[in-house]
Design a protein around this ligand. Structure first.
Ligand SMILES: [Zn+2]
Length: 259
């Protein structure tokens, strides 16, 4: 079990904040809450040239402050990819490793405002984190959005995924790969949704997703690790899931271009 507040944001984001690296860091916005200044960071990673159009994927973690494994994984993803960039050929990744810094600091799901930020998107929210992220998501026009979460009620891994092709060709292999680290939740009901082999084929209102007007829709995936499992195993499961999903999506696109 991971006690809340076991790691500070500074410690968890350190792998991403290494100076002089091949990716770039941007502070996309700052706000003050209860006298303390907070900021939202984006790390942009360009994979090797792929020869086709650049595939833009947004990776979001820590929107719930008590789910630190995704934060650590998103930060570690950058040096991991820099060392072995083959899986992200043709990609531009926008990584937001900590979407709810006040929640992480307090070890709470909700932000300091008391709001569950993952129920606020595209509904006229006034939460600073949501406003900044909505702007980023709209401007980014992502081809894919992956959000990393953890659930303390699941005994295993599962995912929410929109888009039939993505479900079959991207999420299923990514879950299978992550299963090397932690078991999959194959229960027919997960989090009050109908599930099949750890896959839920729908979302819910207010979740972090593409803006309602974006067309065509990007692929949208929410990956959940069991929050009570060993912390390092959750981080590793996230990293394997991300790498496999990105590899698979590229293959899916290559096949699509051949048709
Ligand atoms: Zn969550």
């Amino acid at each position: 079990m991971t006690p809340p507040g076991r790691f500070t944001a500074e410690e968890m984001l350190a792998p991403a904040r290494t100076p002089g690296e091949v990716w770039s860091r941007t502070v996309v916005g700052e706000w003050v809450q209860a006298g303390t200044r907070h900021s939202l960071e984006r790390f942009t990673f360009r994979g090797p040239e792929g020869g086709g159009t650049t595939v833009r994927v947004g990776i979001f973690a820590g929107i719930h402050g008590d789910e630190p494994a995704g934060v650590a994984a998103a930060a570690r993803l950058l040096p991991r990819l820099a060392a072995n960039p083959a899986p992200v050929r043709g990609y531009e990744l926008a990584v937001y490793p900590l979407c709810n810094p006040t929640g992480l600091a307090a070890g709470t799901r909700h932000a300091a405002s008391g709001r569950d930020l993952n129920r606020e998107f595209w509904l006229g929210s006034r939460e600073p984190e949501v406003l900044l992220l909505e702007h980023e998501i709209r401007a980014g026009r992502f081809d894919g959005i992956i959000a990393l979460h953890a659930d303390d009620e699941t005994p295993g891994l599962y995912a929410f995924a929109l888009g039939a092709q993505v479900t079959q060709h991207v999420v299923e292999p990514a879950l299978r790969a992550a299963e090397q680290i932690l078991p999959r939740n194959r229960h027919p009901m997960i989090d009050n949704f109908t599930a099949e082999n750890g896959l839920i084929r729908k979302g819910y209102p207010g979740m972090l997703c593409a803006p309602p007007e974006q067309s065509p829709r990007p692929f949208e995936i929410v990956f959940e690790t069991p929050a009570l499992a060993d912390f390092e195993s959750q981080v590793e499961a996230n990293l394997i899931f991300l790498r496999t999903a990105l590899e698979q999506f590229l293959q899916l696109q290559a096949v699509g271009q051949d048709l």
